[in-house]
Design a protein around this ligand. Sequence first.
Ligand SMILES: [Fe+2]
Ligand SMILES: [Fe+2]
Length: 189
Amino acid sequence: MISFEKLVPIVEKRLGPSKRFEHTLMVVKTATQLAELHGADIEKVKIAAILHDITKHDSYESHQALIESFYGTNEHKKWPEQLWHALSAKALAVKEFKIDDPDILNAIQYHTSGRESMSLIEKIIFVADFIEPSRTFDNLIYYDTAMHNLNKALAMILYSLNQHLISLGETPVKDGQRALRFYQHHLEE
Ligand SMILES: [Fe+2]
Ligand SMILES: [Fe+2]
């Protein structure tokens, strides 16, 4: 499998010197910290983190082409636009970087929505994406919680994202709704 070290300059080139690349490096750092604390495979976590937003700056056509080539014709139209980069990043990880580890691929695909029964690596990438310190919203309570109770932090973030979408008049995607129902009992911890 391609190493994390080899992927860094590739992702940097694709995202350019940007806030998105800075965010990506902060997700790597935060996810590594969580992996050390909660006992996950560090190299896999770093690979998922560096790739999670790799296609974020891609054009509509690039997303469409990547998603169609991997998931089928017109597949992108079945998903809300905010999920496209997660689907296309997974497609790129498989096609371009020959990654076949299901935990890495699922962590990339579900980093925006979450889903039921997430693996430890999926949880770490989902949570790190939200709590990394360069985020401009107030995420300290989620950060502190994630350091000692990853499932509670995950449930808090799923709840917060759900509420945010509802306040915007949007319907959270099915995977996100199911994830909240699956993990919300951790809110009581
Ligand atoms: Fe993302
Ligand atoms: Fe991200």
